[in-house]
Design a protein around this ligand. Structure first.
Ligand code: ADP
Ligand code: MG
Length: 245
């Protein structure tokens, strides 16, 4: 059984069918990329999955648990975390405080048996470990708003990881990055593969082909095809509508 399944997701905006009965599965440990031209419905699909938008029809299931009726917050608690295309950090707080807030939210009451000092220590350790993993250890005391774009995107990712997701939704994590930052983000995402499954929306096809175990192509709100990199590269219709070759 798949870790995650979206079944028949429908979203209408007035007369526009933004997602037209989209079904999609993500296996445990898999990086599944979602590609498609602008306006294809990729962000809408991620918003339906994360619960930011209500679906008109369809269901989503994570680890055998139906999440369709849950709030975004409850979905996060159930193991589904997302990074935003637009940065969601608190710009006037330090990187450390942003991370602390996120690990605190995840820990909830689980440290209640500890003394206040031990609990604070444990939270600091988790925050610092996250910073280490995402290459933010050197900038922990900086105000998040002063970080360069590439570092802000990494902080966004670190905040999503603080939730300890089973499935991580990434909507264009490389957007606006130069080649060096992009390559670092690719390495970072690849390093997450053992820890969480990933649904990755990305325009940078080099990154997609480097990272994805499977690729689904969305066109006009419908899944055109799904397969590995070789399948996508050899698919005439995908070449025509998307890769432009
Ligand atoms: P993608 O992320 O693949 O570029 P989107 O999911 O953002 O595509 O958009 C899919 C379609 O739905 C587009 O035609 C877009 O204009 C439309 N759309 C997206 N969000 C809204 C909204 N909140 N209200 C009305 N139309 C929307
Ligand atoms: Mg989009």
């Amino acid at each position: 059984m798949s870790l995650f399944r979206a079944e028949g997701l429908v979203k209408r905006f007035g007369g526009l069918l933004a997602t037209d009965h989209v079904s999609l599965a993500v296996e445990a440990g898999e990086i599944h990329a979602l590609i498609g031209p602008n306006g294809a419905g990729k962000s809408t699909l991620v918003n339906l999955i994360s619960g930011l938008l209500p679906a008109d029809a369809g269901r989503i299931v994570l680890d055998g648990v139906e999440l369709t009726a849950l709030t975004p917050h409850a979905r996060t608690r159930a193991g589904l975390a997302r990074c935003f295309q637009i940065s969601s950090v608190f710009r006037n707080d330090s990187v450390r405080d942003n991370l602390l807030l996120a690990v605190q939210a995840q820990a909830g009451s689980s440290f209640r048996c500890l003394s206040r000092r031990d609990a604070e220590h444990a939270l600091q350790e988790r925050a610092e470990a996250l910073a280490q993993r995402t290459g933010l250890a050197e900038v922990l005391e900086r105000n998040a708003g002063t970080l360069a774009h590439g570092l802000q995107k990494r902080l966004d990712l670190a905040l999503a990881l603080a939730a300890r997701p089973r499935l991580l939704l990434l909507d264009e994590p490389m957007a606006g990055m130069g080649p060096e930052d992009s390559q670092q983000m690719v390495a970072l995402i690849r390093g997450l593969a053992g820890e969480t499954a990933i649904l990755l929306i990305e325009h940078d096809m080099d990154a997609v082909f480097q990272l994805a175990d499977r690729i689904s192509v969305l066109v006009y709100g419908k899944v055109l095809t799904s397969g590995d990199a070789a399948h996508i590269k050899g698919h005439a219709e995908v070449q025509a509508v998307y890769l432009g070759t």
